[in-house]
Design a protein around this ligand. Structure first.
Ligand code: 475
Length: 801
């Protein structure tokens, strides 16, 4: 948009006066931020209205991306960037004597997600708007986001995240678009005069779903899409019904807090209520919008695509069926054809424990009408498929089985497309996790490799690097990130490589300052910054990284005279509050950090920094500073990973197993530019098949490994008691479920190679450059373009191949 500095300054001062009734000099950064947010929202209002109007007028097909999590990060800088007014606003604020960075930091970071899945949804929102596609988000407006993590005595403690305390500058409450969501009660089918059956409800608990919309601004275009998050409230009380405190609390509870577990299914009925709540409200509002502009439902799938982000929104399938059958009198066959043509599903994990199932009793009690529909889907599925595929495979794959509603199976059966998030992951879905359904519906399965929003993860998070890149290849890559490939031309340009090294230094300095001021730890910026940032989970193997730190520590202690390349190990990770083992790992790493960081023999050769409260905003600080990107999951377990892509774009070299999208990163950047080690997915499956992995014999055959692992139980690390034993036991007594010991030796070898290579700055920067140059293909712009072409069949208008 066009904006003159004088205009902006005038508007901003007016906004401050109108909102806070004080002079600018008496406002806090929070107030300045809120005023700025409101002003930008207003500036963009017309574009938002125009976008909606033009979608309606041209009857454009809409995508609705349903996700129980969205992790958008702070929006101020991203909105300024996409509107193209960053410089004007910065200058204007500066001339008013204000500190832009402080204002940016005052924005709360909405933690409405756990990790990869929620962040992916947010990257996709940004990309859909930026490539000019009609894509909307649908989710839950949690009153409290993911817990704030603090460490007390090295233990994780969870504090509430009251992110709405000062209001939310970006959202618009739309009470007039609210809808009712029905839970519980009784339902029976009553014959109508025309012979059809209609459900009659009795004693239901109704909840009002109120939408809060946030405009998602496209990059340098005129598109503003909508992220719609639903909040649960008391229904309008025309009949003066009495609501007990318990009933009020039950309603309040639905959108009160985000479940803090990642890659794990939650068996509680509140979770099921959350899932139905936003699925039902979302589908109702889509159908209402469609029906207002069309007379028949026959062409619904030509105008609407509904995407199911992991199984949590799967109930959109029976909910759309319910509305078509009960409210629009469609036949079952027509309703089913419309529903399956509309729906598509992404699976995000092969971890068995993440596959959602609900006990039938609970499901039926909470959603009696929806259960009837799922029963009928199940009955018809069995009737249709048994003659062709036989009883066994149909029993194994039907939506209902073993007393459970099986959400992943329902999602596959009710969708026309099922995708994994990296090529290996999709293959594993076909061969393992969903293999029976793949036999029945091979045509539904496809891959869509994840992607990231370069604008946030490079342009905003790493401005020094962006400037350097722009100075060489111009700015076209901002809208077409594959053009980063043009940087390859500079791989022998020593001056450029030197500049690249300087940029990294600046980013490391910025992180080092944060670590100094927040944690009181001094780290040297000429050290290797070795970064592992992701949820704490056994399969992600933070333990392997921890063993390496013990090894380095013991090494320095035994050979203090030897030269040692300074190494800073940086962690960011939250553990699910109920995940005992993960919390023990945090405690041990923190205890190890205390030991290492305060040992005078170690000095500044080795530092361990576990930065508390990792999230999107800290990611923006840590990622640009990384030399090494630890992507060390047990092969086959990490569906894709996305921090691997963010770190790559920022010039970090991957220390990685051949898992998830690491495989694709290696292919894109070249194996010689990464540090690859460990078992492959095939090796891992081989062990499963033969059942012959023996962690103990690995341990017994490697004296160094013994010393390192024993450190967990020999009081070497002060302050850990049971935690060290727990990890020790997981490796030796319980035979090391995630093959940490099997991969140890090769991992160490790569770490030693890293220390060697790091000393040669030019070679290192050349590898770093190769990663940056190849990273464009992992832009989410391309990912959503592939979804648009292959799955959703919707147009977009930025050319992307
Ligand atoms: C994968 N979250 C990454 C990323 O595709 C992948 C599950 C249940 C309840 C709440 N959250 C979850 C996940 O399963 C999840 O985040 N999965 C991740 O999705 C995006 O890159 O490999 O682990």
């Amino acid at each position: 948009m066009e904006l003159k500095e004088a205009q902006f300054t005038k508007d901003f001062i007016n906004e401050i006066r109108a909102t806070y009734a004080v002079d600018l000099k008496d406002t806090s950064p929070m107030e300045q931020y809120m005023a700025l947010g409101h002003l930008i929202k207003r500036y963009n209002g017309e574009s938002w209205t125009d976008t909606s109007r033009s979608y309606r007028k041209n009857d454009v097909k809409q995508v609705y991306y349903f996700s129980i999590e969205f992790l958008p990060g702070r929006l101020l800088q991203s909105n300024l960037l996409n509107l193209g007014i960053t410089d004007v606003v910065k200058k204007g604020l500066k001339n008013l004597g204000l500190n832009f960075d402080k204002i940016v930091q005052a924005e709360p970071d909405p933690g409405l997600g756990n990790g990869g899945l929620g962040r992916l949804a947010a990257c996709y929102m940004d990309s859909m708007a930026s490539i000019g596609m009609a894509g909307n988000g649908n989710g839950i407006r949690y009153r409290y986001g993911l817990f704030k993590q603090v460490f007390m005595n090295g233990y994780q403690v969870e504090l509430p995240d009251d992110w709405l305390r000062n209001g939310n500058a970006w959202e618009v409450r739309r009470e007039n678009r609210a809808c009712l969501v029905r839970f519980g009660g009784h339902v029976w089918l009553q014959e109508q005069p025309d012979g059809s059956l209609k459900p009659v409800y009795d004693h239901t608990d109704d909840v009002l779903a109120v939408p809060y919309d946030t405009g998602i601004i496209g990059y340098h275009n005129v598109v503003t899409n909508t992220l719609r998050l639903w909040s649960a409230e008391l229904p309008p009380n025309e009949e003066q019904t009495y609501y007990s405190q318990e009933q009020r609390d039950n309603i309040d509870e639905i959108t009160k807090v985000l479940y803090p577990d990642d890659s794990n299914a939650e068996g509680r009925s509140l979770r099921l209520r959350q899932e139905y709540f936003f699925s039902s409200a979302g589908v109702q509002s889509i159908v209402r919008h469609y029906a207002a502009n069309h007379t028949s439902f026959k062409h619904f799938p030509q105008k609407v695509a509904i995407h199911i982000n992991d199984t949590h929104p799967t109930l959109v399938i029976p909910e759309l069926m319910r509305i078509l059958l009960d409210e629009y009198n469609c036949s079952w066959d027509l309703a089913w054809q419309i529903t399956t043509s509309t729906m598509s599903y992404t699976n995000h994990t092969i971890m068995q424990e993440a596959l959602e199932t609900w006990p039938i009793g609970m499901f039926q009690g909470l959603l009696p009408r929806i259960y009837q529909i799922v029963e009928e889907i199940d009955r018809r599925y069995r009737a249709e498929k048994t003659p062709v595929f036989g009883q066994n495979i149909v029993d194994r794959t039907a939506p209902l089985g073993h007393g459970q509603v099986r959400m992943a199976y329902l999602a596959v059966i009710g969708s026309h497309s099922v995708n994994g998030v990296a090529p290996l992951h999709t293959e594993l879905l076909k061969k393992d996790v969903l293999t029976d359904l793949y036999r029945i519906y091979p045509e539904k399965f496809n891959n869509k490799t994840n992607g990231i929003a370069d604008r946030r993860w490079l342009e905003i998070a790493n401005q020094p690097l962006t400037k350097l890149i722009d100075s060489k290849i111009g700015k076209k890559w901002h809208a077409n990130p594959k053009l980063l490939q043009e940087l390859s031309a500079y791989e022998s340009d020593e001056k450029f490589l030197q500049q690249l090294a300087e940029v990294k230094k600046i980013n490391k300095r910025r992180l080092a300052d944060y670590v100094q001021s927040e944690m009181g730890i001094t780290i040297r910026t000429d050290a290797i910054f070795d970064v592992q940032i992701k949820r704490l989970h056994a399969y992600k193997r933070q333990v392997l990284h921890m063993l390496e730190i013990i090894r380095e520590y013991l090494d320095i202690k035994r050979h203090p005279e030897q030269s040692f390349i300074p190494h800073v190990h940086i962690f960011g990770a939250k553990a699910a509050p109920s995940y005992h083992y993960a919390k023990s790992v945090i405690k041990v790493i923190n205890a190890l950090a205390d030991l290492v960081n305060n040992d005078p023999d170690i000095g500044d050769k080795l530092k361990v920094v576990f930065i508390p409260n990792y999230g999107v905003s800290l990611g923006e600080l840590i990622i640009p500073a990384a030399d090494i990107s630890e992507q060390i999951s047990t092969a086959s377990k990490e569906a894709s990973g996305t921090s691997n892509m963010k770190l790559m774009t920022n010039g970090a070299l991957s220390l990685a197993t051949m898992d998830g999208a690491n495989i694709d990163i290696v292919r894109a950047a070249g194996k010689q530019n990464e540090y690859i080690f460990g078992l492959t997915a095939n090796d891992v499956y081989g062990y499963y098949r033969r059942n012959d992995y023996c962690a103990k014999s690995v341990y017994e055959n490697n004296p160094e490994l013994q010393r390192v692992v024993n450190a967990l139980i020999t009081n070497m690390i002060p302050g850990i008691t049971t935690e060290g034993h727990e990890i020790y036991d997981s490796l030796l007594k319980y035979n090391d479920e995630y093959f940490v010991l099997a991969d140890y030796a090769e991992y160490v070898k790569q770490q030693e190679k890293i220390a060697q290579d790091f000393q040669d700055t030019m070679t290192w920067q050349r590898k770093s450059l190769a990663n940056i140059a190849a990273s464009g293909t992992f832009s989410a712009d391309y990912s959503v373009a592939r979804y648009a072409e292959d799955i959703w069949q919707v147009p977009y208008n930025r050319i992307l191949k």
